[in-house]
Design a protein. Structure first.
Length: 297
């Protein structure tokens, strides 16, 4: 099979139609250039160059072969550039797990920043709760998780990337809907939609500790996993809820949001999680250039 150097020699002669100029262009002398052309013709079994003492022209076979020769050389050059970009993290893919809440809190910023900084890195998204993400990371099924700080696992590294406030969500006809703001005590003995203690354990424990700190005892009327489901139930008038501030971006009809006093500032935390032994160059670039901790917290 013909080699890339021989194709390069053929292309130079075909474009220059002069062995001297082609040899000068390739920084070589004419004899080895002529041998390269002859060897290529022998390998193909056809004459590509018609050379006389006065002129150099392409044969019909040479003219037909020239576009393919150029294409093969371009593909080779492109393949070299591509393979060199993979170890640098400029090219590749990252599988990212995310929770429903993170889709509103940080996922849009993450995707926008990645498109700008790493346009040729493909991000593959998988929606799952935090505990399922940790399991998937341990099995090597995810590169990066956007998780709540619910558990630790040997070999899984984490760092905070986002904090936000809790706000109250009420039906628009609720007696407290016109209040300027609420206090945690206002939830005492009120019907409240609560997070699942299993699939939304982080939020469940966060709210229990928040209510306990002020002695409030809400009446939990439903347990759900996702914030958007909670807002649907609030709109239906089933009860009040405490949700991350980013939930306000959903703009649900029939629901009003109120700031809540006596809640510590920005208690809701989101972590980036990844396997400490993950060597995916694209993940490392994403962590270093798109998710630097100082810019996202």
């Amino acid at each position: 099979m013909f080699s890339l150097p021989r194709l390069t020699c053929f292309i130079a002669v075909a474009e220059e139609l002069h062995f001297g100029r082609a040899a000068e262009r390739l920084h070589m002398t004419q004899p080895p250039l002529s041998r390269q052309i002859q060897q290529l013709e022998n390998e193909l079994g056809v004459q590509l160059i018609d050379r006389t003492s006065r002129s150099v022209t392409l044969t019909a076979a040479g003219a037909a072969f020239l576009p393919d020769a150029r294409h093969i050389v371009r593909l080779s050059e492109s393949a070299v550039l591509t393979v060199r970009r993979v170890p640098a993290g400029d090219l590749g893919s990252v599988i990212i797990g995310f929770t429903g809440a993170s889709a509103h809190a940080i996922l849009p910023r993450l995707l926008d920043a990645a498109r700008t900084t790493l346009p040729d890195v493909k991000l593959l998204l998988r929606e799952m709760v935090s505990s399922a993400q940790i399991e998937a990371l341990s099995r090597g099924e995810l590169d990066l998780g956007l998780v709540r700080p619910i558990m630790t696992r040997p070999g899984i590294a984490t760092r905070p990337i986002h904090h936000e406030r809790l706000v109250a969500a009420l039906p628009e006809d609720h007696p407290l809907a016109d209040a300027e703001h609420l206090a945690i005590e206002d939830f005492d003995d009120q019907p409240v939609i609560m997070y699942s203690p299993v699939d939304a354990r982080y939020f469940n424990e966060l709210l229990i500790s928040t209510f306990t700190a002020v002695g409030a005892s809400p009446r939990y009327v439903q347990y759900v996993t996702q914030v958007h489901t909670m807002l649907v139930l609030v709109r239906s008038g089933i009860g009040m809820a405490l949700v991350p501030e980013s939930a306000m971006t959903m703009h649900p009809d029939g629901v009003v949001f109120k700031q809540v006093t006596a809640v510590r500032d920005r208690p809701v935390q989101m972590n980036a999680a990844w396997r400490a032994d993950n060597t995916n160059p694209a993940l490392l670039r994403l962590m270093n250039d798109v998710l630097p901790a100082r810019e996202w917290i």
